[in-house]
Design a protein around this ligand. Structure first.
Ligand SMILES: *[C@@H]1O[C@H](CO)[C@@H](O)[C@H](O)[C@H]1NC(C)=O
Ligand SMILES: *[C@@H]1O[C@H](CO)[C@@H](O)[C@H](O)[C@H]1NC(C)=O
Ligand SMILES: *[C@@H]1O[C@H](CO)[C@@H](O)[C@H](O)[C@H]1NC(C)=O
Length: 224
């Protein structure tokens, strides 16, 4: 019985092709996500004729497609500022109203950026709440650092499935190998979401000659 510990480093934007995966983060250092949120928020403020502008408070979730003209799916929180809509300022220049007086809201937006024409197509839905105390503030993680994520997440299993297929295809071993255990899964934000997953695989009783890919029949050969 042979076993290997494998480390896979994966950048989600490129692995996931056009299938957007849900990502969570609590700040918006990714410049593309920021641009998309900016476009959505400008549209939200622009569509309102009266009242105060809202400014970005926090990006809760962001998904995007790879390649040019990306499509974004985002969930973000906004907080009322002291700038009146009529002042015609950009929301970045506005200051948040004191928490006790501010209205807050949560928006889900789909934004299609057109890189060449520098335009965007926004469709979104914002819900405004007047009681800020009901909003739970999530801890802002360090960007650019790896943070542990659950090994059960669907992103992790998709990445591993591909990584193990690749291992089996390119290994010099006569047998197919199968996942035994995920040692750790981490993710960080640096111009996209990067994964670092360490996992253990063991030899199965399926030979590469007979089986092009793992099937449920393939069992890890007994230990000892
Ligand atoms: C608001 O700003 C835009 C562009 O900055 C300008 O075209 C428009 O005339 C302004 N409107 C008012 C009411 O100041
Ligand atoms: C923008 O979205 C609307 C509604 O989904 C669609 O009809 C329109 O073609 C889109 N425009 C562009 C430039 O993508
Ligand atoms: C592998 O072992 C399992 C359990 O012993 C058995 O059911 C299965 O048929 C075996 N597969 C092959 C390809 O020998």
């Amino acid at each position: 019985m042979k076993a290997f510990i494998v480390l896979v480093l994966c950048c989600s934007f490129f692995c996931s092709r056009a299938i957007p995966l849900p990502f969570e983060f609590s700040d918006c250092d990714d410049p593309d996500v920021f641009k998309a949120v900016d476009a959505a928020l400008q549209k939200y403020n622009g569509d309102r004729a009266t009242g105060n502008q809202f400014a970005l408070y926090m990006v809760m979730e962001a998904e995007r497609t790879a390649g040019p003209d990306p499509q974004f799916y985002m969930k973000y929180r906004i907080l009322e500022t002291s700038c009146a809509i009529e002042e015609n300022k950009s929301w970045q220049e506005c200051h948040y109203k004191p928490f006790a007086e501010a209205q807050t809201g949560e928006c889900t937006a789909r934004v299609h950026m057109n890189d060449a024409e520098k335009t965007s197509n926004v469709s979104q839905d914002c819900k405004i709440f007047s009681d800020v105390s009901k909003i739970r503030i999530t801890e802002v993680p360090c960007l650019g650092c790896y943070h542990p994520i659950s090994s059960d997440s669907s992103q992790v299993s998709q990445i591993l499935q591909k990584a193990i297929q690749k291992f089996n295809k390119h290994s010099d071993e006569p047998s197919l190998f199968k996942l035994v255990e995920i040692k750790q899964a981490k993710r960080k934000v640096v111009n996209g979401w990067k994964y670092k997953i360490e996992y253990e695989i063991e030899e199965t009783n399926c030979s590469k000659e007979e089986f092009p890919d793992l099937t449920p029949e393939c069992r890890i050969t007994s230990r000892g």
